[in-house]
Design a protein around this ligand. Structure first.
Ligand code: NAD
Length: 328
C-alpha cells in the first residue's frame, strides 16, 4: 500500500533527483504543493515542510503521522499539537553547518582585504585604487558559541594559522582545547583580545543583544565583527554608531533584526559594512543534505524506526513504547 508524502518546500529535489527517487523507491507517492491548507492534507501520511505554517487544526484534523521539517527552526509548526497527537517532528540538524561556516570564513577574508570595497571601486566606479589589507595568519579570532557551526569555523580558522579564542560556557574547556582553540571564561576577554569576532549562538532571551554598545566598546578599533547567526544578537543601533564613529574597523552581516531590512535602514550608509541576504545555508550541498535527511526521516519512520533528530522528546518515548527501533 502506497504511503503519500506531501512535499511543501521548493528546493526539494531542485539540484538532484536523488531525494525524489529515494522516496519513490521506498514506495511513497509524492504530492507537491508549496502552499497548502487542511483539505490538501487529505490522504497524506507524511509532510516534508519548509517555512509554511502547520497549524494545530491541520495536525488535529488530518491523518498525518510524521512531519519532517526541511531545516531546523520549528516555529512554523504547532509542536504542542503534534506532541499531543503523538506525531514526531524531525529537523535536518547540522545539514547546513559547513555552508554557514564557509560563509563566515569568506567574510573574514572579505573584511581583511577590503574585497567588496575594492570590487565596487573598480567594477562600478572604474577607479583604480589600491587598498592595504592585512593577513589573517597570526591574528586572533574570537568565536562565540561552540556548537555545530562554531566548531566548523574554528577548524577552518586554525588551519589558516589564526589564534582562536572560544567563549561558550556550556561546553567543557577540554572539548574546546581538543580543537586547538583556547577557551575563555569571560566574553569581555574575548572581545578585548580578538581581531575578528564571530557569533554562533542561538537567539533567545539570554543572547538577545549579546553584543551591544558596551561590548563593542571593548573591541579593538582595528577589529571586525561578523554575524551569520541571528539578527537580534547584535544591537544594530550600537553597531551603526560604532561603524560611523570608527569604533571598530568593519562588520559583516548575513542576518538582521528585521528581514529584509528596510531599504532606508541606516545600515546601508555604514562605512565598512558588508551585507548578504541570509544566504548562510544557501548552497546546493546544504540543500541536498536537507532533502536527503528529511526524506530519510520519513522512510525510517514508516520502516518502524525512530527517525533521527525528533524535536518533541515525549514522542520519542511513545515510539519506543510502541516498539519502534532506534536508528544507528
Ligand atoms: P548549535 O545549537 O549547534 O550551537 C549553539 C552553541 O551556542 C552551543 O554550543 C551553545 O552552548 C552555545 N551558546 C548558547 N548560549 C550561549 C551564550 N550565551 N554564550 C556562548 N555560547 C552560547 O547551533 P548551530 O547549528 O551552531 O547554529 C548557531 C546559529 O546559527 C543558530 O542561531 C542558527 O539559527 C544560526 N544559523 C544561521 C544560518 C544562516 O543562514 N545564516 C543557518 C543555520 C543556522
Amino acid at each position: 500500500m502506497y504511503k503519500r508524502v506531501l512535499i511543501a518546500t521548493r528546493t526539494f529535489g531542485k539540484y538532484s533527483d536523488d531525494p525524489i527517487e529515494f522516496l519513490k523507491k521506498e514506495g511513497f507517492e509524492i504530492v507537491r504543493i508549496d502552499r497548502f491548507n487542511l483539505s490538501d492534507l487529505e490522504g497524506v501520511d507524511a509532510l516534508i515542510v519548509g517555512t509554511h505554517h502547520v497549524t494545530a487544526e491541520m495536525i488535529e484534523r488530518s491523518k498525518l503521522k510524521i512531519i519532517a521539517k526541511h531545516g531546523v527552526g520549528v516555529d512554523n509548526i504547532d509542536l504542542e499539537a503534534a506532541t499531543r497527537k503523538g506525531i514526531p517532528v524531525t529537523i535536518t540538524a547540522g545539514a547546513n553547518s559547513l555552508s554557514v561556516a564557509e560563509l563566515t570564513i569568506a567574510f573574514v577574508f572579505a573584511l581583511s582585504r577590503g574585497l567588496i570595497w575594492s570590487h565596487n571601486r573598480l567594477f562600478h566606479e572604474k577607479r583604480w585604487e589600491g587598498t592595504v589589507g592585512q593577513e589573517v595568519t597570526g591574528k586572533t579570532f574570537g568565536v562565540i558559541g561552540f556548537g555545530a557551526i562554531g566548531r566548523e569555523v574554528v577548524r577552518r580558522s586554525i588551519c589558516l594559522g589564526m589564534n582562536v579564542l572560544v567563549y561558550d560556557p556550556y561546553v567543557s574547556k577540554d572539548t574546546i582545547r581538543v580543537f586547538g582553540a583556547t577557551p575563555v571564561d569571560e566574553l569581555d576577554d574575548l572581545l578585548k583580545e580578538s581581531d575578528f569576532v564571530s557569533l554562533h549562538v542561538p537567539l533567545n532571551e539570554s543572547t538577545r543583544n549579546i553584543i551591544g554598545e558596551r561590548e563593542i566598546s571593548l573591541m579593538k578599533k582595528t577589529a571586525f565583527l561578523i554575524n551569520t547567526s541571528r539578527g537580534g544578537l547584535i544591537d544594530e543601533e550600537a553597531l551603526i554608531k560604532a561603524l560611523r564613529e570608527g569604533m571598530i574597523a568593519g562588520a559583516a552581516l548575513d542576518v538582521f533584526s528585521e528581514e529584509p531590512p528596510s531599504p532606508d535602514s541606516p545600515l546601508f550608509e555604514c562605512p565598512n559594512l558588508i551585507t548578504t541576504a541570509h544566504i548562510g545555508a544557501h548552497t546546493k550541498e546544504a540543500i541536498y543534505r536537507m532533502n536527503m535527511m528529511a526524506a530519510q526521516a520519513v522512510v525510517d519512520f514508516f520502516n518502524g524506526k525512530i527517525p533521527k533528530y525528533v524535536v518533541n522528546e515525549e514522542v520519542v518515548n511513545l515510539l519506543k513504547h510502541k516498539g519502534y527501533q532506534e536508528t544507528s
